[in-house]
Design a binder for this molecule. Structure first.
Ligand code: FPP
Length: 241
């Protein structure tokens, strides 16, 4: 059976508004992050039900390292706790778990937990859950350029190709998302309408859906609403239909 093109293959989510959600309830910002983790679970279940093959979330940007120490520590601990809490459920549901971003900045303990969950879920095939952690689009493009340059030093014929305007530059294979289809749909919550340094290369033709709800309030029905909005869009990729 042909895949229904109205269902996006890859849905990505910019989870915004956790701090505001908590403050509006007279709580510390971190309480919003805790609730936000529940929204990730709800969206993962909805994505599996809908037949989405890749679900990715912007969990922590390179810029987020500048937040107060206590909040950064909380978010890293939340990530580690979520890994141990969800392990069983991810296996049961056939979820392949992956973390993409600047691993050099993550603690050895967190790296260890991430690597073991990635190894354990490697052969699962229902859906890929990709967590962008310590990630930014400009960092990704910079690291890709560095690796590309290194490759050109090692293979001078590649460098010659790079200078030939008629040869396509295969930048995508140097990005951390190599092998993962570009996001068809990027959802951002909290009413903000910007990409905030997220998937700058990969999002070139993504459909963008902006939702006013704050991330901890974004649940199953909202996910399905965003899919319905996506299915009503006419994707032309710069061509005339
Ligand atoms: C943005 O809201 C949210 C974050 C920077 C963190 C999101 C992280 C989680 C929900 C943790 C769970 C993730 C996984 C994969 C288990 P904000 O703090 O910028 O909110 P504000 O704009 O209201 O201040």
């Amino acid at each position: 059976m042909e895949k229904d093109s109205r269902i996006p293959v890859h849905v990505s989510m910019i989870m915004d508004g956790n701090g505001r959600w908590a403050r509006a309830r007279g709580q510390e910002r971190v309480f919003g992050h805790k609730k936000g983790a529940e929204s990730v679970r709800a969206c993962l279940e909805a994505a599996i039900e809908a037949g989405v093959k890749y679900l990715s979330v912007y969990a922590f940007s390179e810029e987020n390292w500048n937040r107060p120490r206590q909040e950064v520590d909380f978010l890293m601990k939340l990530m580690a706790d979520s890994i141990s809490d969800e392990m069983e459920s991810l296996m049961k549901n056939g979820v392949r778990f992956r973390v993409l971003g600047n691993r050099a900045r993550l603690s050895p303990d967190l790296l260890e937990a991430i690597s073991s969950l990635e190894a354990m879920t490697r052969d699962n095939g229902t859906i890929d859950l990709i967590v962008f952690l310590s990630y930014s689009g400009r960092w990704d493009i910079s690291q890709a350029a560095r690796r590309f340059a290194q490759h050109c030093i090692e293979c001078p014929e590649e460098a010659a190709k790079l200078l030939d305007e008629n040869e396509p530059v295969d930048m995508g294979s140097y990005l951390v998302t190599a092998g993962i289809p570009d996001p068809d749909l990027i959802i951002r919550t909290s009413g903000e309408k910007r990409l905030s340094n997220y998937l700058l290369w990969q999002g070139a033709y993504s459909e963008l859906v902006f939702v006013d709800k704050l991330w901890p309030d974004f649940r199953r029905d909202d996910f399905f609403d965003a899919l319905a909005e996506y299915s009503s869009r006419d994707r032309r990729y710069g061509k005339v239909k």
